[in-house]
Design a protein around this ligand. Sequence first.
Ligand code: 3EB
Length: 336
Amino acid sequence: MSGLQLSGGPEAPLVSRETATILGGARIGLHPNTAHSVPSAWPEQILPARLLGTSATCWQEFWQCQPPCRAGQQNNLTWQRSGDILYGVIHLDEAEFAHSESPPLQAATESAYRQIFALLAAEQLPELWRVWNYFAAINTQTHGLERYRQFNSGRQAAFLACQAALSGKVPAACALGLTQGPLSIAFMAGNTPGVAIENPRQVSAYFYPTAYGPKSPTFSRAMLARPPGQEILFISGTASILGHQTVHTGDVAAQTAESLNNILAVLAEANRQAHSAPFQAQELCYRAYVRRGTEQPLVARVLASILGRADICYIEADVCRSDLLVEIEATGIHQT
Ligand code: 3EB
């Protein structure tokens, strides 16, 4: 097995940390030990969120890679690269942007993305494949605008300033609200262009009408990245949206089934472009974000019945529209 490998699970020592080379990862959990224990030697996105459907208090994800790695840090951004693949995490405190012209979250978001683009330019790895975005109070209105919409304004401003495309070839992403913590953004990039995938059942997010905010979200429904010898499929956070509208309001089981239908549609589009064997829904690694923790069993039942899978990471989090109760993302890797 060469190239990148993704593994994840609750608490268990999933990889031998002595021998494995880890490019980066994520650590999810509300348990105090999660946030305050010894930091990892690799860039790690810390998500202070409640795990659902498990007695475990911590879930870890690892991207294993080929040595050697080169690491760097500037300000609040830590990164590591293996060959021509880079994984990084940036944490920003909104309080430091209290005196900006725009709302603090918007200014912090723009700053974070500008720092990411500056790093990728310096490292000559300009292809941003996947971004994981988290911040507090995503559905709260401040400065006359919902915070998710402020985030979209800041993100789009940075793409514009850094001459990155605003539509078409934009990264896969997710954006979730947590009950606490700073703005936290993890990202993966490389030097080979990815293939951006859209969903024929949905309006592209970058073309959403302004009813959803003054600036559209800058992400694609999926990205097919092609590092040497591999194909990585990043399916963005996917929700119960048809066209640009939320469907099945108030019904978490129906929203879960619709989100999976959307994932299957994105998967079919991706497979039209794939160079490797077709990606199967059953083989992917999933994270599911559930707005109301008590509804996790309903979500799990639908996912198990369609995917036949139980090893899914369930996280209590707020989805970016207040009528969305669940969002699901998936990742798969093939050798080519
Ligand atoms: C949606 O389809 C649901 O703003 O980066 C999903 C994935 C969603 C990514 C983002 C938002 C984002 O509009 C929300």
